[in-house]
Design a protein around this ligand. Structure first.
Ligand SMILES: Cc1cc2nc3c(=O)[nH]c(=O)nc-3n(C[C@H](O)[C@H](O)[C@H](O)COP(=O)(O)OP(=O)(O)OC[C@H]3O[C@@H](n4cnc5c(N)ncnc54)[C@H](O)[C@@H]3O)c2cc1C
Length: 236
């Protein structure tokens, strides 16, 4: 697979340690919602490394631009190099790759679960289903972050939930830093445990770090969800 090139158009700080980067590929580029690209990190050109990043934007119908949503990991080469890029800087990447994509043959409820920047491929799939494909399938999203100040994409999901009755969204915060916070408190696993789901008509998609994926898989298994109805993308 040859390396492709894309130019950075814009960088937005979503929180104090999560950025969104928008890219314009130099050649036509198509991907499926949920897929990722592998970026050549050239902070030290003598010893480049490759890091994977899920595409957070839906496939666009009128351009092949795409967005990434990246957590800045302390001392992490990939995330800090990407954070140092300026508009018009170029990246080289491989892909898109990945089989973590929406199952178009499944007509039941899709349950999406993400923590942190694990929301990235789920956002792409949800926006693709609702905005590109006008799906009438039921989609429920559980999104967990650590702090109130760490919430991002909240307005996007709230607006989608208002506009599309088949889409519902629950946010949970594990360590809310304000005493007057009245929303869901705890981890995604706490919300999920109290969730009623029909194992015969639910497909789960989850993305984040290994610890969450293992814990969520265990709960879904206890709730009777067959293994082939549990799809995941693991970041570490
Ligand atoms: C298929 C795939 C898709 C990915 N998509 C994304 C994405 O859309 N956004 C994103 O931020 N990362 C994503 N990652 C993780 C990404 O590839 C890097 O691992 C991450 O940016 C850290 O790399 P680094 O070089 O900065 O730090 P490193 O020094 O390589 O990693 C340091 C530590 O960071 C932890 N870590 C990795 N990713 C995260 C994260 N997202 N949040 C918190 N801790 C993390 C790891 O456990 C590791 O121990 C993805 C990984 C894979 C395999």
């Amino acid at each position: 697979m040859p390396l492709q090139t894309a130019k950075l158009l814009k960088k937005i700080d979503l929180t104090n340690d999560v950025i969104e980067l928008s890219f314009e590929p130099n050649a036509p580029f198509s991907f499926q919602a949920g897929q990722f690209i592998s970026i050549k990190v050239v902070d030290n050109p003598a010893s480049p490394v490759i890091r994977g990043y899920s595409i957070s934007s839906k496939p666009a119908l009128d351009s092949s631009n795409f967005e990434l949503c990246i957590k800045i990991v302390e001392n992490g080469r990939g995330s800090n190099w990407l954070n140092s890029l300026k508009p018009n800087d170029e990246i080289q990447f491989l892909g898109p790759t990945g089989k973590f994509v929406f199952d178009e043959t499944f007509t039941g409820t899709s349950l999406f679960i993400a923590t942190g920047t694990g929301i990235s491929p789920l956002k792409a799939m949800i926006e693709d289903q609702l905005l590109n494909k006008n799906t009438t399938r039921k989609i429920h999203l559980i999104f967990g972050v650590r702090y109130i100040s760490g919430v991002f994409y909240g307005e996007i999901f709230k607006n989608l939930a208002t506009k599309f009755p088949n889409f519902t969204y629950e946010l949970t915060i594990s360590r809310p830093e304000k005493e007057d916070y009245t929303g869901n408190k705890g981890r995604v696993t706490d919300l999920l445990r109290n969730q009623q789901l029909d194992p015969a008509s639910t497909k789960a998609y989850m993305c984040g770090l290994k610890e969450m994926i293992v814990e969520v898989s265990t709960i879904l298994d206890q709730k009777g969800l067959p293994k082939d109805c549990v799809l995941f993308e693991q970041y570490d």
